[in-house]
Design a protein around this ligand. Structure first.
Ligand code: UD1
Length: 432
């Protein structure tokens, strides 16, 4: 089992280039299968979730041409199966986007129930409700979601979500673009990747208005055509490096970002006493000597993102005073707290609130990765800590961070991938 080994104590310095947004790219790949012409998607992050979805799209019969690690051409005219049920796709959450895309295009889809990070109960009732509102019959049998709109196909309708959900907003949008008539989605999620998916679909001939607000209006079209599209930068990867600068008292220029998408993160970093310089497509974060404690609640966009919660917690472990982080999206996103405690952090969890009292230092330890974002946060903790940290199960981190260790090494971190005790000893000798 591969793991990271880190020698802590580095103030990260330098420049880092942010990859394309994983969560946008997953939905864009699913959207691409809806056209019967070639859709080219560029700036895809080279991460395992994306590669698993691309393989799955090829398996159901689409013509998939890998132009390079970051660019793929997909032609959905040859799709021969609406059943998505391979081992790879069971592990990724966004496999459910194929449900909306295939149902929208073929009026029928069967997709295995989604996996993804274990960060609490992750129901899909709103997706199902949306499909049903558009006229589909939806049932769950033998671990598969089966959606069918019969010979008549989907019909536009008014869909009001009970909770703000990124996944259901995108999925219902996908299914509605080729439905008969008009669809209005109310209480829609406003995340940048919702807008990105709408933009790509519109570039393929869809008629979607209002993405980025809480009401999205869609007029169904008969077919979608070819397009060339570039994925937006990953706001969570960017935020991770921004907090890495803050946490390690470093100085990082985070390049290839859309600063507007990072406002909630930037605002929190300023509150903690970091210095920020904003450019057109880059942000420099300079960590203060000691961060100030702060309070935050995670919320749907434009609120502070839940996917940036563990990275912030790590930075606050060494802040002056007591901070609180209230998790407002998921019920079980503090699994990393036990691991940070092993490194000397003082964190108590009461319900959905983590109370973090700043300590003088973290010390290296062997820690387990509970999920993707927490894994990245534990790596940052390892870079902050005195001594050696081993982060297990980096397969989670690879799902969403492209060349994470390489990018960190470029900023001065001492980090390697090891998979045997012998390699661990070798690393320890090298850095001692
Ligand atoms: C997406 C992201 C994930 C991020 C999350 C919130 C992808 C692949 N993943 O996940 O990284 O943490 O947005 O920003 O893009 N809910 C329901 N019923 C539903 C759907 C969701 O109750 O049918 C609830 C969820 O339990 C959660 C909240 O709504 O409490 C938000 O979930 P949602 O925005 O749908 O998250 P995902 O799309 O799964």
């Amino acid at each position: 089992m591969e793991r990271y080994i880190i020698k802590g104590g580095t103030h990260l310095q330098g420049e880092v280039e942010i990859s394309g947004a994983k969560n946008a790219a997953l939905a864009l790949l699913a959207a691409a299968v809806m056209a019967d012409e070639t859709v080219t998607i560029d700036n895809l992050p080279d991460v395992s979730d994306i590669n698993a979805l691309i393989d799955t799209i090829a398996e159901i019969g689409a013509i998939v041409e890998r132009v390079n690690r970051h660019c793929v051409k997909i032609n959905g005219s040859t799709i021969s199966s609406c059943v998505v049920n391979n081992e790879q796709v069971k592990k990724i959450r966004a496999s459910y986007y194929l449900l909306g895309a295939l149902l929208g295009k073929f009026s029928h889809a069967q997709v295995t129930l989604p996996g993804g990070c274990n960060i609490g109960s992750r129901p899909i009732d709103q997706h199902i409700k949306g499909f049903k509102m558009l006229g589909a019959d939806v049932k769950i049998e033998h671990g598969m979601i089966i959606a069918d709109a019969g010979d008549e196909g989907l019909k536009g309708n008014h869909v009001f979500f009970d909770v703000v959900t990124v996944g259901a907003t995108i999925n219902v949008m996908l299914s509605a673009v080729m439905a008969h008539g008009n669809t209005i989605i109310e209480n829609a999620a406003k995340e940048p990747h919702v807008v990105d998916v709408a933009n790509m679909l519109n570039s393929m001939g869809a008629r979607i208005k209002g993405a980025g607000t809480d009401v999205i209006r869609i007029t169904g079209v008969e077919k979608l055509h070819k397009s060339e599209y570039t994925v937006i930068p990953d706001q969570i990867e960017a935020g991770t490096f921004m907090f890495a600068a803050a946490a390690t008292k470093g100085n990082i220029l985070v390049k290839n970002v859309i600063p507007k998408h990072l406002e909630a993160i930037t605002a929190k970093l300023l509150e903690t006493g970091c210095y920020i310089e904003e450019y057109d497509d880059a942000i420099r974060v300079i960590g203060g000597d000691n961060l100030n404690a702060t309070h935050v609640k995670t919320l749907p966009y434009p609120g502070y993102p839940t996917d940036m919660q563990p990275q912030m917690a790590v930075a606050l472990t060494l802040a002056n005073g007591t901070s609180t982080i209230t998790e407002g999206v998921y019920e079980n996103r503090f699994k990393y707290v036990d691991e940070l405690t092993r490194m000397g952090a003082d964190i108590k969890v009461e319900g959905n609130i983590a109370i973090i009292t700043g300590v003088d230092k973290l010390t290296g330890a062997q820690v387990n990765t509970p999920d993707l974002r927490a894994g990245a946060a534990l790596v940052i903790a390892g870079i902050m800590a005195d001594g050696i940290t081993i982060v297990e199960d980096i397969v989670y981190i690879r799902r969403g961070y492209e060349r994470f260790e390489e990018k960190l090494r470029g900023l001065g971190a001492i980090i390697e991938i090891v998979d045997s005790d012998k390699e661990i000893q070798k690393f320890k000798l090298k850095v001692s």
